[in-house]
Design a protein around this ligand. Structure first.
Ligand SMILES: [Zn+2]
Length: 121
């Protein structure tokens, strides 16, 4: 099996150009004159089969926070407030978010109203 001459060029590694008489490197053996090993049919077709189906997990962004700087500041004040109960804070934070979504920002009156509640007690 080894040393079998190239079928294209017959073993001399070159093929003659019928028109010009010059020779070119044999495309079959790339000039070695030896028959190239059978084309790489030995492709290792390792099947990359997923071991288990993974359902697409939606990215949880968590609770949406205020988008405006005033809203964020207000939310911070509410969260840091010592006189408000947790449920009251949650309610105020929701109020801030709602206000932002309807007004696009926090109005002065709204900020005042919220701040007033953080200062109760
Ligand atoms: Zn050849």
């Amino acid at each position: 099996m080894d040393g079998e001459p190239c079928r294209v060029c017959g073993g001399d590694g070159r093929i003659g150009n019928a028109l010009g008489g010059s020779s070119a490197t044999c495309p079959g053996c790339h000039g070695t004159g030896r028959r190239a090993e059978a084309a790489p049919t030995f492709h290792d077709v390792t099947k990359t089969k997923p071991s288990h189906h993974r359902p697409a997990v939606p990215i949880s962004t968590g609770p949406k926070g205020p988008t405006t700087s005033e809203g964020r500041q207000l939310a911070l004040e509410v969260s840091a407030c010592a006189v408000l109960a947790e449920d009251a804070k949650t309610r105020l934070l929701t109020e801030i978010l709602n206000h932002e979504s309807t007004h696009g920002r926090c109005t002065r009156t709204f900020i005042k109203k919220i701040r007033k509640q953080t200062r109760l007690g």
